[in-house]
Design a protein around this ligand. Structure first.
Ligand SMILES: Cc1cc2nc3c(=O)[nH]c(=O)nc-3n(C[C@H](O)[C@H](O)[C@H](O)COP(=O)(O)OP(=O)(O)OC[C@H]3O[C@@H](n4cnc5c(N)ncnc54)[C@H](O)[C@@H]3O)c2cc1C
Length: 464
């Protein structure tokens, strides 16, 4: 529960940089959009406060590799303070933004220990991303894990590797088969990558490690309501993806709508209208996104329109209608049907930062224009598909392009070197070194902060 104590920060900056009277910019979210906006706001007259509820910048496109034991969380996430340490006018604040008051030009944020902050701004950039959508069936979330955060990827790792362990000791053949069945919902890039990786780890990495089960017997079922996997890549690459998945042994179920999920499996309605039950020990959800609650709070406060997924519809300069001081960027913005991809978020972040700098210097600002540099999806080792303008290719050339693209955008030198070494080991020797998981949640974070705020009983009594 939130504590009543309120602390007000007013556009502070490190070492007093920015100075009193500096232009105060608050950025909500340190993902691709927020980070690139903060970098573009490098200016001694601008004091930036970057608020994120996580302490790190996360490279979401590689979450599936954390989930399936290839990379560690530190290889795809870098502390925001570290990434921005040379930006002396940027202050990083760990807090969850819960409300916006456009009249007072403030945002309200809640810290992990329950404290509330009020942050004043001259310009506000909201870059809070999106969250998993269960299309009105939030009850599925308990059994069908989504993948948006480090915590999600580690939870999936626990469930995937844990399923093989439970299959090994199951005495009932049906139960063993259920543990060895993995259902993935959504055949976009995330679902395709997850499905392919589970089959690859079953057929390669785990092949010789178990005594009672054959990990390569694991079934991976990939469901999608549409007609093709990776539909956004166009028919030619979709066909390549379908062939690649087939070669890996992934069972593709297209035209299939998930109607129920519980602890023991899923119910799916196929194209004929018939519903079938699939027992499965692990269900993973990669089928859609929606705006987080902060988007509703912003829309309620400003009257901003929202699209069907709840994202804020922005003007050509990425601001909220009637509020040139509030920008919404990245996955959370809705504009010209731009896709929710990292490249859009990065370009929007750079634009929003530059726009604020130009506007405060009285210079004219052009509308935002997105330059599509293409996209890539990983199928299996040595096989990826790439779509870049008229260029569409797959196979090993696609995999090389995928590798270069991901290395170029991985944040931090150490992460890049670490990732290359790890990929080399995974590629050459089927080694997945990041398979550690625990079977119990450790939920002490809030307790730790509570203890610091209120002396523990034994300390009050003078005991050591
Ligand atoms: C599994 C997965 C795979 C993907 N693969 C690809 C790919 O291959 N290629 C590609 O181009 N794109 C891919 N994407 C999409 C890409 O990652 C997103 O488009 C991009 O991250 C969007 O950037 P963003 O800054 O808008 O949001 P995010 O990166 O989601 O960042 C939002 C930030 O805001 C913070 N935040 C949220 N709410 C609050 C709040 N209330 N208060 C404070 N902080 C808050 C979050 O902690 C987070 O740090 C993938 C996404 C996922 C989930």
């Amino acid at each position: 529960m939130a504590r009543p104590h309120r602390l007000t920060l007013v556009g502070r900056s490190r070492d007093g940089a920015g100075g009193p009277g500096a232009h105060r910019v608050v950025i909500v979210g340190g993902g691709f959009a927020g980070l690139f906006a903060a970098r573009a706001l490098r200016d001694p007259t601008i004091a930036v406060t970057l608020v994120d509820r996580a302490q790190h910048h996360l490279f979401q496109p590689l979450l599936y590799q954390v989930a399936t034991g290839i990379l560690s969380e530190g290889q795809i996430a870098a502390p925001l303070r570290d990434v921005l340490k040379r930006h002396r006018t940027v202050d990083c604040v760990l807090a969850d933004v819960v409300d916006v008051d456009p009249q007072a030009c403030t945002v309200v944020a809640e810290r992990p220990n329950g404290e509330r902050l009020t942050l004043a701004y001259d310009d506000l950039i909201v870059a809070a991303g999106v969250r998993q959508s269960y299309f009105g069936h939030d009850e599925f979330a308990r059994y069908a894990l989504g993948m948006k955060t480090i915590a999600d990827a580690l939870a999936i790792r626990r469930r995937v590797f844990g399923a093989f362990e439970l299959a090994e000791t199951a005495t009932d053949p049906d139960e063993q088969r259920r543990w060895l069945t993995f259902a993935v919902v959504g055949a976009g890039p995330t679902g395709v990558e997850l499905a392919g990786q589970i089959r690859e780890l079953a057929t390669r990495t785990l092949r010789r490690e178990f005594h009672r089960i054959r990990p390569e017997d694991a079934r991976v079922l990939l469901f999608d309501a549409g007609k093709a996997p990776l539909a956004s890549f166009g028919p030619a690459l979709s066909a390549k993806a379908a062939a690649g998945l087939h070669a890996l042994g992934v069972e593709l179920h297209l035209g299939s709508v998930v109607t129920g999920v519980d602890a023991r499996g899923i119910d799916v309605r196929d194209g004929t209208g018939a519903t079938q039950r699939y027992p499965a020990g692990t269900v993973l959800w990669a089928a859609g996104v929606e705006a987080p609650p902060i988007a509703k709070a912003l829309a309620d406060a400003t009257g901003a329109p929202r699209d069907r997924a709840g994202r804020i519809e922005v003007e050509p300069d990425l601001t909220v209608p009637g509020h040139p001081e509030i920008s919404v960027i990245g996955d959370l913005m809705s504009r010209d049907h731009l896709p929710g991809v990292a490249e859009v978020a990065m370009q929007a972040g750079m634009y929003a930062g530059r726009r604020i700098r130009h506007r405060s210097a009285g210079r004219p600002v052009r509308p935002f224009r997105y330059h599509d540099l293409g996209s890539a999806a990983y199928l299996s080792r040595g096989n990826a598909v790439v779509s870049a303008g008229p260029l569409k290719f797959g196979g090993f050339a696609g995999w090389l392009a995928w590798l270069v693209l991901h290395l170029a955008f991985l944040t931090g030198y150490r992460n890049r070197v670490g990732a290359v070494l790890t990929w080399a080991a995974a590629f050459a020797r089927d080694a997945r070194r990041e398979r550690t998981f625990t079977t119990q949640e450790i939920e002490t974070l809030r307790d730790v902060y509570d203890d610091a705020a209120e002396p523990a009983e034994h300390a009050k009594e003078g005991r050591p």
